[in-house]
Design a protein around this ligand. Structure first.
Ligand code: HPA
Length: 291
C-alpha cells in the first residue's frame, strides 16, 4: 500500500483502528442507551461469557437494548451470546449487563471488541466484571470449576489501545495490577459466604477460533497460564486505560487440548457453562451486594 494512500487514512492491517469505536463514539452510543434505559449510576457493568447468560434472568426491573440497535455494536454470531445490553438491579444494586460479546475471531479488531467497555464507562460504570468460558490448563482444574482471574497473558498479539490516543488516557497504561486487588478480595469473601469453591489463576487470551493443539497447551503451561480462552484481554486493557476497577471469572468448561484425550467442542463448552451457572450467579450476586 502506498504512503499516499496510508496518509489518507487507509487502514494498515491490524494497526490503524477505525475511529468510530473510540471515546467520542462511546459517548454517542451511551446517549442512545440512556435514551432507551433509565441508567442513573450503575455500581458495575458485568460482561457475560459463553453459557453464562443466566445471570440476566436474575436481574430485577430489567430493561434491554439489542446490540444491533447500539451504534458501534455488532450482533454476536456465536451460540450462547444473546447480544443485549441490559439494565436493572441485582441484589438491589443498579447494574449494567453486557449479555454477549463480539470477538476478534469473528473478524473484529481489538478496539471494536473492547468498545462495549468504553460505552459502559461513558454510562457511569467504574467497576467492570468480566466472565468467560475457558479451557483448563492447570491439571487440578476440572470442568465446571470457577477460576478468579488473577492476571492474564495477552497472546492475541493485538492491543485495543493501538491507534489515536483518546483524551485523558495514558499512552502507556500501567498493567501491574489490572485485576484489582480490592475486587479480588471481595470476590474471595463472596465465595466464602456462598460456599462456592473458587480457584484462581492466570488467563491466557488467544485469538482463536480454532482450539489449541496439545503442543500449544504445553507451551502455555510453561508460560504460566492456568486457563485459555479467546476473549477478555482487549476489555481489561481498555478498562485499565480508563482507570476502571476490574474483576473476572473464567468458567473452566473443559480440559485444554491434550490434558486429557477428549476432543473439544463448543456444545460441551455451552453445556458445562450452563451447569456452572448456578454457582456463578450466586457468586456474582453476592459480590455485587458487597460492592
Ligand atoms: N480454548 C480456548 N477457548 C476456550 C476453551 C479452550 O479450551 N474452552 C472454552 N473456551
Amino acid at each position: 500500500m502506498s504512503a499516499r494512500r496510508l496518509s489518507r487514512g487507509a487502514a494498515a492491517p491490524g494497526h490503524r483502528a477505525p475511529v468510530a469505536v473510540g471515546a467520542a463514539a462511546a459517548t454517542h452510543a451511551a446517549e442512545t442507551v440512556r435514551s432507551r434505559l433509565g441508567v442513573r449510576s450503575p455500581v458495575a457493568a458485568i460482561v457475560l461469557g459463553s453459557g453464562l447468560g443466566a445471570l440476566a434472568e436474575r436481574l430485577a426491573d430489567a430493561t434491554r437494548v439489542p446490540y444491533a440497535e447500539i451504534p458501534g455494536f455488532h450482533a454476536p454470531n456465536v451460540e450462547g451470546h444473546r447480544g443485549e445490553l441490559l439494565h436493572g438491579t441485582l441484589a438491589g444494586r443498579e447494574v449494567l449487563l453486557l449479555a454477549g460479546r463480539f470477538h476478534m475471531y469473528e473478524g473484529h479488531d481489538a478496539r471494536t471488541a473492547a468498545f462495549p467497555v468504553r460505552v459502559v464507562h461513558a454510562l457511569g460504570a467504574r467497576v467492570l466484571f468480566l466472565s468467560n468460558a475457558a479451557g483448563g490448563i492447570r491439571r487440578t482444574f476440572a470442568p465446571g470449576d470457577l477460576m478468579r482471574i488473577a492476571d492474564h497473558i495477552n497472546l492475541m498479539f493485538r492491543n485495543p489501545l493501538i491507534g489515536p490516543l483518546e483524551p485523558g488516557e495514558p499512552r502507556f497504561p500501567d498493567m501491574s495490577a489490572p485485576w484489582t486487588p480490592r475486587l479480588a478480595t471481595l470476590l474471595e469473601a463472596a465465595a466464602g459466604e456462598t460456599g462456592v469453591a473458587l480457584r484462581s489463576g492466570v488467563y491466557a487470551g488467544l485469538l482463536g477460533p480454532s482450539y489449541e493443539t496439545p503442543a500449544e497447551v504445553r507451551m502455555l503451561e510453561r508460560l504460566g497460564a492456568d486457563a485459555v480462552g479467546m476473549s477478555t484481554v482487549p476489555e481489561v486493557i481498555v478498562a485499565a486505560a480508563l482507570g476502571m476497577e476490574v474483576a473476572g471469572i473464567s468458567c473452566i468448561t473443559n480440559h485444554a487440548a491434550g490434558i486429557t484425550a477428549a476432543p473439544l467442542d463448543h456444545a460441551e463448552v455451552m453445556e458445562v457453562g450452563a451447569r456452572a451457572a448456578g454457582a456463578f450467579c450466586a457468586l456474582v450476586e453476592r459480590w455485587v451486594a458487597r460492592l
